[in-house]
Design a protein around this ligand. Structure first.
Ligand SMILES: [Zn+2]
Length: 295
């Protein structure tokens, strides 16, 4: 057969069989890697998921199952990663990407889980150039292109505290670092980026002022680092750690946006509107009378 005719025959052969293959794949949908009852039991421990309507919850389950399939979960220091552990991490990690999709997490595969908080050496250079070495206790950590490290007691949904999610926090850092830098600004087009910077900075400085006020109200005989000072910090809409810098503010505010949205909606309405668009999410009709997720 002449070369040109062989080519035509090959194309015709391919076209003939393509519809058959697509029918074959349609009849065999993807099998979940974690069983349905595990997802449902895990979701039941996360009251903030009640904000999702049925269709969005299905979308989250599907996204989380694909996430669980693609990522390598490693338990360290004797911690055993079960399907329930994988589900708890995957559901919270995928909540911020319902609109963005799984591809935004393509730059890493490993998730390391410790049985308890873990110690990390820190090295800080002060203004006079002196290096201070210390060891810090952490419940989560991540870096650009690297693994996400989590401590189980702080991510166990059964122990969850309103407004806090170490998993959402660390994965918000992942979104922030998609353009390399942890600066509280994820990749956006030029106009959206300008608006983001303006609103994030305004909310950040508003929060820093609130923190300053609260700190000035702590009586002199109470150590601000002690538990006795906690009731003063409880007046803040976010964990005081949000004042560290713009990156931490974005991560802490993201935790609150999903798990205790009224704190963000009432105190930082412009930030709330921006997050709603970015994450493709708004509270359910039951909470606000305004309908389900916005995607
Ligand atoms: Zn952080």
């Amino acid at each position: 057969m002449p070369r040109s005719k062989r080519k035509v025959a090959a194309i015709a052969y391919g076209l003939d069989f393509r519809p058959m293959f697509s029918r074959f794949f349609k009849r065999h949908p993807r099998q979940p890697v974690i069983e349905r009852p595990v997802w449902e039991a895990c979701a039941a421990q996360m009251p903030f998921l009640e904000e999702l309507d049925a269709g969005s919850l299905e979308k989250l389950f599907d996204l989380a199952d694909r996430f669980a399939e693609q990522k390598d979960f490693t338990g360290t220091h004797g911690f055993e990663v079960t399907d329930s552990v994988r589900a708890a991490i995957a559901l919270q990690a995928c909540l911020p990407i319902l609109r963005l999709g799984l591809d935004v997490y393509a730059d890493f595969v490993e998730i390391i889980v410790y049985p308890d908080r873990f110690m990390t050496p820190r090295s800080v250079v002060d203004e006079s150039g002196v290096v201070h070495e210390s060891v810090e206790e952490l419940s989560g950590e991540t870096m650009p292109g690297g693994p996400v490290v989590l401590a189980w007691p702080d991510i166990d949904p059964a122990m969850g505290a309103p407004g806090l999610s170490v998993v959402i926090h660390e994965f918000a850092h992942k979104l922030d670092m998609l353009d390399g830098e942890a600066d509280g600004i994820p990749p956006l087009n030029q106009a959206a980026r300008a608006r983001w910077i303006e609103r994030l900075e305004a909310a950040y400085s508003q929060f820093c002022d609130m923190l300053e006020r609260v700190e000035s109200e702590i009586p002199i005989d109470i150590d601000p680092e002690s538990e006795a000072a906690d009731r003063y910090y409880a007046r803040l809409p976010l964990d005081a750690y949000a004042a560290t810098d713009h990156a931490e503010f974005f991560a802490v505010a993201s935790e609150a946006f999903f798990t205790m949205p009224e704190a963000i909606r009432d105190i930082f309405p412009d930030l709330h509107e921006m997050f709603t668009e970015y994450f493709g999410w708004r509270e359910s009709a039951a909470t606000t009378g305004s309908g389900g997720p916005a995607y």
